[in-house]
Design a protein around this ligand. Structure first.
Ligand code: SAH
Length: 263
């Protein structure tokens, strides 16, 4: 049997958000590898081996996956959301780059999934209608100074900002600091979305102002994606329903942007 490795995005939660192509990749695998809760999302199948690991050991897990593929197994490495967004696909390529040169001859593919940012945006309306970016607040793999520098730059550039990994037991203060920084640069009325466990039974979407979000930071958790609106992001209120949050596609030219653009 000739081995292969596919990094598969499982989408944000329930199986209906899994793409048909990802399902084909899961069905074809002899071995599933991933962080325990992600492996658990895939229904067990007779004859398919499951290797559930701890969350912190991504590169070891990636190396293990490559070793199995090199030994002739058809390996699916599973990730929540999209595997290329703050997830296992990059870990696989880190292991590939540093590892046995013969691994480069393996068929390695990435199957995309719906990332949390897109799932959350769709629930809220259309907050990503203009320019946007995504930042992971985790400082496990990069210094906090880099996070705040990037955050300040995109706040000043008026992007809608999606914050992944906003908070955890080991990182309790970062989200509060990030939102306080946002409040220095953006208006207190700016819409902010706390989108929790989107696509799962315990999904919860909260829409608030930036001023309220600064106070509510500690109510977010690891399953939350936080989205900070840009200056154009607005609400459409509805009776008895949550408002829609959207960002119009057009941006009026600001005197500042124009003069900078022409020098
Ligand atoms: N690869 C994943 C992201 C991994 S980083 C993806 O593409 O979605 C983990 C972070 O993603 C979490 O801390 C949270 O901020 C976000 N996240 C993942 N699933 C989510 C969901 N269902 N709802 C809201 N946020 C989610």
């Amino acid at each position: 049997m000739s081995g292969s490795l596919t990094v598969v995005g499982l989408g944000p939660g329930e199986a209906r958000y899994l793409t048909p192509a990802a399902q084909v990749a899961l069905d074809a695998a002899t071995d599933l590898i991933g962080y325990g809760p992600y492996v658990e999302r895939v229904p067990p199948r007779e004859g398919q081996l499951r290797h559930a690991t701890d969350n912190r050991v991504e590169v070891e897990r990636a190396r293990h996956a490559l070793e199995l593929a090199a030994a002739g197994r058809r390996v699916a490495v599973v990730s929540g959301g999209d595997p290329g967004v703050f997830a296992m696909a990059a870990a696989v390529f880190e292991a590939l780059e540093a590892g046995d040169p013969s691994w480069r001859a393996l068929p390695i593919t990435v199957e995309p999934g719906i990332t949390a940012m897109l799932a959350a945006a769709a629930r809220a309306g259309a907050p990503l209608g203009g320019d946007f970016c995504a930042i992971s607040l985790s400082d496990n793999l990069k210094p906090w100074e880099v996070v705040t520098k990037r955050l300040r730059a995109v706040l000043e550039a008026d992007f809608v900002i999606s914050l992944y990994n906003p908070i955890s037991k080991a990182r309790p203060w970062q989200l509060g600091e990030a939102l306080a920084l946002a409040a220095e640069i953006r208006a207190a009325q700016t819409p902010v979305i706390f989108a929790r466990a989107i696509g799962r039974p315990d999904e919860r979407l909260r829409i608030m102002t930036l001023g309220e979000a600064v106070v509510a930071a500690s109510s977010a958790d690891m399953a939350t994606l936080v989205m900070i609106g840009a200056s154009g992001t607005r609400l459409i209120d509805r009776d008895g329903e949550a408002p829609f949050v959207y960002t119009p596609r057009s941006v009026a030219s600001s005197p500042c942007a124009t003069s900078q653009g022409r020098t």
